[in-house]
Design a protein around this ligand. Structure first.
Ligand code: ATR
Length: 272
């Protein structure tokens, strides 16, 4: 049986074991997927041990996505850009390949599951941390008309915009300086963890605006509720992104892409 796992700290609430176990069942793959709590200073040792025991692949979550980037030997283009990694895989020659499936997962959730086109749209992204860096390349590959990065610390948004400027039209500003209307507003800040809202002007939202919160919860997130209150057309939370990034990792490992719809419904039910 092939061994896989997710590593993080904390890890108790991770839904990855449930998601990948369901994928394995649907696609008839013989594999075991577990959750491993890794001490904050013990990432490299834990990964060494896992692969030495015959492990085939890992998902990496908070706070180790940058450690995983440093650990790996080879990188997908999107992982290289993201400088953060959520998926590791042991190759035939023993080297470790790193990928970041968060961005493709999010884009697939938006475009395929929710049937919201990104091409030609005005996109506003809130936040400029690892979560946003992780999704920018796949998002820009959809050819939005333009992307505005707004962040509490403006210099971080500016640095990120510079790093991705070759992939599309991308501007940076502070929350209060956001102006104009947007078709898609993505919240990639961790503000909602504290129940806080990035203070952007209500005029960003129109009756056609779709809001996307990378966070998910059993109730409408604070950010999505704000968007609804401003008259947004539709809100989406991060549960679809969670399941789709897992499906992309599964595809990399097993060369088969599981159907995600049933798994998404099961996880949603579980949150209730
Ligand atoms: P992650 O991996 O979740 O992206 P991160 O790299 O620490 O974590 O980035 C957190 C993001 O949320 C940053 O954009 C941060 O803003 P700063 O760059 O100004 O720190 C943003 N953030 C966190 N708490 C916030 C709050 N209360 N209001 C607005 N933005 C917040």
């Amino acid at each position: 049986t092939d061994l896989y796992a997710v590593m993080g700290n904390p890890i108790g609430h991770s839904k990855s074991p449930q998601i990948h176990t369901a994928f394995a069942k649907i696609t008839d793959q013989e594999m075991l997927y577990s959750a491993i709590l890794v001490p904050l200073d013990g990432f490299d040792t834990a990964v060494d041990d896992f692969f030495r025991r015959g492990g085939k692949g890992l998902n990496i979550t908070v706070p180790f996505k940058e450690n995983a980037w440093r650990y790996a030997d080879q990188f997908s283009a999107r992982a290289q850009r993201a400088q953060a990694v959520n998926t590791l895989m042991k190759l035939q020659d023993g080297s470790i390949l790193a990928d970041n499936t968060d961005g493709v997962g999010m884009v697939r959730d938006i475009v395929v599951n929710q049937k919201v086109a990104i091409e030609g749209k005005r996109v506003l992204i809130l936040g400029a941390g690892g979560a946003v860096r992780g999704v920018l390349q796949p998002l820009l590959e959809q050819k939005p008309a333009n992307v505005t990065l707004a962040n509490r610390t403006v210099s971080k948004a500016e640095a990120l915009a510079r790093d991705f400027a070759d992939l599309g039209e991308i501007a940076a500003c502070g929350f209060a300086d956001v102006c104009g209307e947007f078709d898609l507003i993505i919240n990639g800040t961790s503000a909602s963890l504290a129940g806080e809202l990035p203070p952007i002007p209500a005029s960003c939202v129109t009756a056609e605006t779709v809001s996307y919160d990378m966070m998910y919860s059993n109730e409408t997130t604070v950010f999505n509720q704000w968007a609804l209150d401003q008259g947004a057309l539709k809100t989406i939370d991060g549960l679809g992104m969670l399941v789709e990034q897992a499906a992309e990792a599964f595809l990399l490992w097993r060369d088969v892409r599981p159907d995600t719809e049933g798994v998404m419904n099961a996880i949603r039910e579980d949150c209730r």
